[in-house]
Design a protein around this ligand. Structure first.
Ligand SMILES: Cc1ncc(COP(=O)(O)O)c(C=O)c1O
Length: 355
């Protein structure tokens, strides 16, 4: 009998690879960054402290993606993760934040460690239920939305995003919009939620396949938010890695074809894993963006344990994302590995009833 592992978070699995392991765990692209990323990178550059807000050239380059903005609207951070952490810490202890559930597993710990109180609205079939959202937002100082979503792979309808834009503007509630998968939408262009009360969080990790370089940013039209974030960052991480910022700036010089080519690869993988899991009998949503599937799974803990210990397959528990009785698969691996992984899953399904 396979031991049931007591794994409380993805921390045990992040970075695990080799030795025949097939990892559907970590959400990090396996594809190479654009070749431009390495152009003109001078490792002998001046490595003294940089601007807390981020290198001016990188912030200026980002204004092209945010029409009407200036370099002053951005703070370059150590990944989207630091941007989220700083934002909630400046918004204020004791205040409520509305989160959609299932959520990216770091959201509740980030909000709670900032001394804030998470309130949840349950997604229906992976999408925001506007009625419940409108109800639960009462008394909150901010909402955190994530489209395309990790872990559901869903992309919110433009009407829903516009309704949120309008409602939060009216109520004076901040919208923190985590758009790290903005370039990974299979169905349409990203709708970039806008307004004075919007704080957009983004990253070079996913679009440019450079998770380990740790460069992300936040955008806000509200100068006070930018100032407060910079003040806190001065006393925490200080500036973001300078060479990483140079690499991010160079990566942005890649032609649009780079992103289109990535999307093609992700779409093929999406179709392959979606069809494969359907054939195995799983009930799941077809991802419209990002690179995750979240099938229903009975005895998810036992199945995860069997998959890992007996078949060297890593999956993440839906429970970590607020979705018990589901497993989350990242398909950030090539089709051959996905195929091999699906074969192992088929074998493991003989040991436990998961459907
Ligand atoms: C929804 C979401 N937000 C933020 C992050 C963190 O990204 P970064 O590598 O930029 O810190 C991730 C990483 O998987 C994510 O899925």
């Amino acid at each position: 009998m396979t031991e049931i592992l007591n794994i409380k978070s993805p921390a045990d699995f992040i970075g695990k690879q080799g030795n025949g392991v097939i990892s559907f765990g970590s959400g990090q692209p396996d594809l190479p960054p654009p070749k431009e990323t390495f152009d003109g990178i001078d490792l002998h550059r001046d490595l003294r402290y940089g601007l807390i807000q981020g290198e001016l050239k990188l912030r200026e380059a980002l204004t092209r993606e945010y029409p009407g903005s200036t370099a002053d609207n951005f703070v370059i951070t150590n990944g989207a993760s630091e941007a989220l952490d700083l934002i909630f810490r400046i918004l204020g202890k004791g205040k409520k934040v509305l989160l959609t559930k299932p959520y990216y597993y770091s959201y509740p710990p980030i909000v709670e460690s900032a001394g804030m109180v998470p309130v949840y609205t349950d997604l229906i079939d992976g999408r925001i239920d506007v009625e419940d959202f409108n109800e639960k937002i009462k008394g909150c100082c901010a909402v955190l939305i994530n489209s395309p979503s990790n872990p559901t792979g869903r992309v919110e309808a433009i009407e829903t995003l516009k309704a949120i834009e309008k409602l939060t503007q009216k109520l004076g509630v901040y919208v923190v919009s985590d758009e790290v998968y903005k370039d990974l939408i299979y169905e349409r262009e990203n709708y970039h939620i806008q307004g004075d009360h919007v704080i957009t969080v983004n990253s070079f990790s996913k679009t440019y396949c450079m998770c380990g370089v740790r460069v992300g940013y936040l955008w806000s039209a509200d100068k006070k938010i930018v100032q407060d974030v910079c003040e806190l960052k001065t006393h925490t991480s200080m500036n973001t890695n300078l060479v990483g910022q140079d690499m991010a700036l160079s990566a942005m010089k890649a032609p649009k074809e780079y992103i289109l080519h990535q999307q093609k690869i992700w779409r093929e993988r999406r179709d392959f894993i979606y069809e494969g899991l359907l054939k195995l009998g799983f009930d799941l949503w077809k991802p419209e963006g990002a690179f995750y599937v979240l099938p229903k799974c009975k005895d998810a803990k036992q199945f995860l344990s069997i998959l890992y210990q007996d078949y060297k397959v890593i999956t993440y528990l839906g429970e970590w994302f607020g979705a018990p009785d589901r497993l989350r698969f990242s398909y950030a691996l090539d089709i051959k590995q996905i195929e091999e992984g699906l074969g192992r899953i088929r074998e493991a399904m003989k040991q436990v009833s998961v459907l």
